[in-house]
Design a protein around this ligand. Structure first.
Ligand code: HEC
Length: 193
């Protein structure tokens, strides 16, 4: 025992020990609780499976349901056929009171897609002009919307047209030149009003 007192190290300081205190249980439980709550919060906010990233709803500009036939008409047709659908006597035929508009849906769709030229009679008046084709600038949905619009305005009460009909007509007559009244009569059932 005397040796202990003589050993200067033992006499002065306790042997240093390496700090080995475990993280308190309470802290561990708190961390675990936070992780569980955080995960639950993210799932509650974003739904499962996790979406991540930018969760804003994308806007579908060309969504057929949101296309306004009236807007397409104003932008593309009203300059000639007028907002009133009455046209300009002697130059641009009316869409109101027009059997071409009210005919089977495929017929006005075909006119808008490929254009029209040469002599034609509309609402008892004769015209001999030229209408441009819109097939390359308007989508199926836009042509369906504008055709549905003119079929339901100014006293017209013809059924709406869907984009599928436009797609079919586009394919069936792809590459053709503008219609004439005769060509329309040969292709479609114009006896229908
Ligand atoms: C640049 C002028 C012009 C524009 C723009 C125009 N049309 Fe026409 N449209 C005409 C002319 C001219 C005729 C007659 C062509 C003829 O004499 O053979 C006609 C004929 C028609 C006809 C058949 C005849 C009738 O009056 O029912 C329909 C249907 C029609 N257009 C729809 C439209 C629609 C829909 C648009 C827009 C997407 C449009 N047009 C844009 C000039 C135009």
């Amino acid at each position: 025992m005397a040796g202990d007192r003589d050993n200067p190290q033992r006499r002065e300081q306790a042997e240093p020990t390496e700090g080995d205190r475990p993280v308190p249980r309470l802290v561990l439980m708190l961390v675990a609780a936070l992780v569980i709550w955080g995960t639950g919060y993210i799932i509650a906010q974003t739904g499962y499976p996790l979406a991540g990233g930018d969760s804003r709803t994308p806007v579908h500009v060309a969504d057929s349901a949101s296309i306004s036939g009236k807007a397409v008409y104003s932008a593309n047709c009203a300059a000639c056929h007028q907002a009133s659908g009455q046209g300009v006597p002697g130059s641009f035929p009316p869409l109101a009171e027009s059997r071409w508009v009210r005919n089977e849906p495929a017929l006005p769709v075909a006119i808008v897609n490929f254009g029209l030229q040469g002599p034609i009679q509309v609402a008892g008046e004769r015209y001999n002009g030229s209408m441009p084709a819109f097939g390359s600038q308007l989508s199926d949905a836009e042509i369906a919307a504008v055709t549905s619009y003119i079929r339901a305005q100014w006293g017209n009460h013809a059924p709406a047209v869907d984009a599928e009909t436009v797609k079919i007509i586009r394919k069936e007559h792809a590459g053709r030149s503008p219609w004439t009244a005769d060509a329309l009569r040969e292709t479609f059932d114009v006896s229908r009003e």
